[in-house]
Design a protein around this ligand. Structure first.
Ligand code: TXA
Ligand code: MG
Length: 320
């Protein structure tokens, strides 16, 4: 249980330029005062995150956004009303108040209001916006418990332990343009839901400007090989851990983790990273995950699985 003193201490740490890991509804974040370049630099250092990968800024109420952005686009309020607090990050033109290190020199900043009482209490008490990436070493699987944070980042100054996060995968990231919105990273808030508020208007992208981890081919990469289950995959089941969604064909595996009891994609999302962490720590040699159809929330799940499996799938193809 989190006590009031813990939040207070964490808020003081943030104000003092130190780092605090805290739960959000998606995954744990590694937070620092977004207005303090040196504190933000510590995030990059502790995470071993390349400086080209910008951070999301977390606020506690919509009015705080206007000093951080240089836009009074009316669509922001419409989106905020529908989706905030919640797992949606909106990329907007930044104001000069946001240090360049936060946005990796980009003229835009990603902002969201998290839907978690501890995160909101922390931001309110710190009285500053909090820049926070997921609290894992760069490129690794995001943490959904405080234990996962300790495993990846033993050097973090303070962790607010709020138990397991509910959503389990990172926020949907969208960018507004003249015609509507583009999706930079899929999450449990789907394109279809956002389209009810703003039209979908994907942009053509210059491949040289990878601006979101959502766009990298390899990411969320566990320390053990992970593969997406398919007929083509030749594997020694007795050495593998299976992440099972349907509960079908589970026989022969060394370990099986059921991520959903009744075929609920939200449950798969909520339990996916925890299942990977658990199998990473177990005695299986590799991990196999059951795919789902790439629609709605299935897009976000398959995005994480494909990126996690990317380098291993590639190695396998090269060896064959
Ligand atoms: O659910 C979440 O979004 C979690 C929690 C802690 O809020 N945070 C998270 O942060 O997933 P991170 O840093 O692991 O991923 C944020 C992604 C980065 O890949 C970054 O490239 C992208 O957001 N991003 C941030 N600012 C951006 C910007 N101005 N333009 C494009 N992409 C941006
Ligand atoms: Mg991350």
């Amino acid at each position: 249980m989190i006590r009031e003193e813990d939040i207070q201490k964490a808020a003081e740490y943030i104000r003092g330029g130190r780092l605090v890991a805290f739960p959000t509804e998606t995954v744990y974040g590694l937070g620092a005062n977004a207005l303090d370049s040196i504190a933000v630099a510590r995030i990059f250092e502790l995470k071993q995150r390349p400086s080209f990968d910008p951070l999301i800024v977390h606020i506690a109420s919509v009015d705080e956004i206007y000093s951080l952005i240089s836009s009074n686009d009316e669509r922001i309020l419409k989106l905020a009303e529908k989706f905030w607090p919640g797992p949606l990050t909106i990329v907007l033109p930044k104001s000069t108040r946001i240090p360049d290190i936060v946005t990796s020199g980009l003229p835009t900043v990603g902002i969201r209001i998290p839907h978690h009482p501890i995160a909101l209490a922390l931001i309110k008490q710190a009285q500053v916006p909090i820049a926070a990436p997921s609290a894992n070493r760069f490129g690794k699987v995001s943490p959904t418990t405080a234990q996962h944070v300790r495993k990846h980042l033993p050097g973090v100054d303070f962790i607010l332990d709020g138990g397991k996060t509910q959503v389990g995968i990172e926020s949907t990231i969208i960018k507004l343009n003249d015609k509507g919105f583009d999706i930079l990273r899929n999450g449990v808030i789907t394109r279809e839901e956002i389209e009810k508020v703003v039209p979908y208007a994907p942009e053509t992208r210059d491949s040289k400007t990878i601006i979101a981890s959502g766009m990298m081919l390899s990411h969320y990469s566990p320390d053990k090989p992970i593969f997406i289950l398919s007929d083509k995959l030749k594997l020694e089941k007795e050495k593998a851990g299976l992440i099972s969604y349907t509960g079908k064909h589970t026989e022969g595996y060394k370990k099986v983790i059921r991520v959903s009891q009744n075929g609920d994609l939200l449950e798969y999302a909520a339990n996916l990273f925890a299942a990977i962490h658990q199998l990473e720590e177990s005695d299986v040699e590799f991990i196999v995950a059951e795919p789902v159809a790439e629609v709605g929330i299935g897009m976000a799940i398959m995005d994480r699985l494909k990126k996690a499996a990317y380098r291993y799938q590639k190695e396998q193809q090269e060896n064959n």
